[in-house]
Design a protein around this ligand. Structure first.
Ligand code: PHE
Length: 377
């Protein structure tokens, strides 16, 4: 509500103070709002016009009406108010003029002396960094990148990868199933993919051989969250299919990739393993790149490789002919083509590379941890 000069009913110090404070507050509020010369003229008249200007009213209602004994005090106040108003009215005009010459901003105010807005550069998350490095290594070998859905059917996650229904290897996967699927035939039931291997099938359905692909992505397993387990983690899968692909190709390719990733002095070691979709299957180990394979760090035991000198890094093998049977119609005749595949956990590789002790750091979103992966500008 616009300010009006009140009549003073008593001239005690308190009520005089209060009246002056209210007037000054109203004056300052109105001065703030002046933003053009036209505004300023109204403002000046309202406060300084001889007839009915606020100062004139103050003079009439406060000073002239004051009892003789209070006239001196009131007079002093009224003079001070006059000075204040006159000064500020002049300043408001200057401000209104400069503001009118500014480019129109939404706030109509710009303080160019304020520091600018600093936008810190984002950095690659350590898992994404590892993911990109691994993808680059294989792209340089002529591989291309494929991706697939994180919600899969039983068919792609298991059946076409040669896990028959009720195969005990399905238990190894600790699958997270989508609820309410029981009415569907088994192969159509939905689940969260437990590995990136189903994208092998999707790709072979889509592209004819020869094929050389890597498949990075998120995978899910029913694991409790702790320092080395997470219900969601990342894998990178590889698949090469052609005529005459041998286990020697697998070893050569993976040995090269590990040297690119962990340094040219790492050695690789293969030991027999089992996966339903590869035959033969193997686990690959790399010599510990922290202790150089000695199992010791100075005189302390090496914790990274648990003193063994070796680190288990991935599962691999030659594509099982039974898997090709599922995509035979697209040129994958197991009598004619052969291939190798591998799958590796990226979160674990990141943990090894950057030597941090707890997988949960990757998901906490703590800026103090993540900013350490910033490259120097
Ligand atoms: N899919 C397997 C896993 O998640 C890894 C793997 C991929 C093994 C390809 C062999 C070939 O454990």
């Amino acid at each position: 509500m616009a300010y009006t000069v009140p009549k003073l009913t008593d001239y005690s110090k308190e009520s005089l103070d209060k009246a002056v404070r209210e007037l000054v507050r109203a004056f300052e509020r109105e001065a703030e709002a002046v933003s053009s010369e036209a505004d300023w003229k109204n403002f000046r008249d309202r406060w300084m016009a001889r007839k009915n200007g606020v100062l004139t009213l103050v003079n009439d209602l406060w000073l002239k009406a004051a009892p003789k004994a209070d006239k001196r005090d009131v007079g002093q106040w009224v003079n001070e108010l006059k000075t204040l108003v006159e000064e500020k009215v002049d300043r408001a005009l200057e401000r209104a003029k400069t503001q009118a010459s500014w480019p129109k901003l939404s706030s109509d105010r710009l303080d160019i002396t304020l520091p600018g807005i600093r936008r810190p550069l984002g950095v690659e998350h350590p898992v994404i960094k590892t993911w990109n490095e691994m993808v680059d290594i294989f792209c340089n070998l002529g591989y291309s990148v494929e991706e697939g859905p994180e919600i899969e059917t039983d068919y792609y996650n298991f059946e076409a990868l040669n896990f028959p229904p009720n195969h005990p290897a399905r238990d190894m996967q600790d699958t997270l199933f989508v609820a309410g699927q029981d009415a569907k035939p088994l192969r159509e039931r939905l689940l969260l993919r437990t590995h990136t291997s189903p994208v092998q099938i999707h790709t072979m359905e889509k592209l004819k051989p020869p094929l050389r692909i890597v498949i990075p992505g998120k995978v899910y397993r029913r694991d409790a969250f702790d320092a080395s387990h997470s219900p969601m983690f990342h894998q990178i899968e590889g698949l090469a299919v052609d005529t005459n692909i041998t286990f020697g190709d697998l070893k050569g390719t993976l040995d090269h990739a590990m040297k690119m990733m962990f340094g040219s002095s790492v050695k690789t070691h293969f030991r027999p393993s089992f996966f339903p979709f590869t035959e033969p299957s193997a686990e690959m180990l790399v010599s510990c790149f922290i202790c150089g394979g000695s199992g010791k760090r100075c005189s302390d035991p090496c914790r990274t490789c648990k003193t063994t000198g070796w680190i288990e890094i991935l599962g691999c093998g030659m594509v099982d002919p039974n898997v090709f049977e599922f995509v035979k119609h697209n040129g994958y005749d197991p009598a004619k083509v052969s291939g190798f595949a591998f799958g590796m956990g990226l979160d674990r590789v990141a943990m090894l590379l950057y030597e941090f002790p707890d997988l949960r750091l990757l998901l906490d979103g703590d800026e103090r941890f993540l900013s350490q992966f910033a490259r120097e500008a």
